[in-house]
Design a protein around this ligand. Sequence first.
Ligand code: APR
Length: 307
Amino acid sequence: MKISIIGAGNVGALSAMRVAQCGFGDILLVDIAKGIAQGKALDLEDARAILKVNYNIKGTDDINSIKDSQIVVITAGLARRPGMAREELLSKNAQILKEVCLKIKELSPQAVVIVVTNPLDLMTCLASKVTGFPKKRVLGMGISLDSARFANLIAQELNLEPSDIDAVVIGAHGEGMLPLVKHTKVKGVSLEEYLSKEKVDDLIRKTVGRGAEIVSFLGSGSAFFAPSAAVAEMVKVIAKDEKKILGACAYLNGEYGIKDICIGVPVRLGKSGIEKIIELDLSEGEQKELLNSAASIRKLTEQFSYV
Ligand code: APR
């Protein structure tokens, strides 16, 4: 199975490493900047003899090499530079995404596409539109990272293992996320039973701010260890047809009362991409918040509809 990762920066290169260490697939790392993907691929290849894991990895600056990939991960994008307005960054990243997606459409028309570039929900909507692929074959990695962050903070608070926590977050990736307290389980029991509302609200506030907290420590760039772990998990579930339920940014066609945009929801993933969108019972307040989150994604998508 050929897995192409476009963008060999922090998230792309670490995703390549994690997927490679799972020991399956032929991985292609692509970056527009000459030499970066080639150098990182050679370095990753050298690790095989130490890790005693056999994987194939190649690096290139030629996007045409993605031909006939079964899975394509898009991490390509620009980081915001001093003085660059958010709008300018969005429009530049939207242009990059469009160029990359036209190539995927031409060269790998059967691929499942996983979008990672931010702002995630907007970029997933654009990727779906530009490729014109069946909706189930274009998804975004964002909300599973938000769920992992929520689970981690709950585990810390309760002094439990993260694997004891099954956190459920839906909505827009980032500040528009909606952690679902009733559906989040601690050892199979609702989080509501474990912690007071005040404590839960505090954990939610920390989860929503986690990405920004990391950025403020790093000084430049954004998180990459947990994002790449979330990418590798998605790739593995699809490649191995595990049919596992994960959070993903998915195109909705009426589910949750939302139509014609991509937003984070639980989905069952398998080799053809999104096999099923899971509709959870939401309270009135949660439903309202989700619709608000969807409205903000729709507004942004319409703004970039020229792409
Ligand atoms: N084709 C291929 N690669 C590209 C292109 C393109 N058209 N344009 C930019 N790139 C590459 C850059 O050269 C850079 O190496 O994308 C890479 C992005 O890497 P980083 O700047 O290190 O960004 P990273 O931290 O990996 O984040 C990538 O994922 O989580 C999101 O918000 C994050 O949108 C960002 C993306």
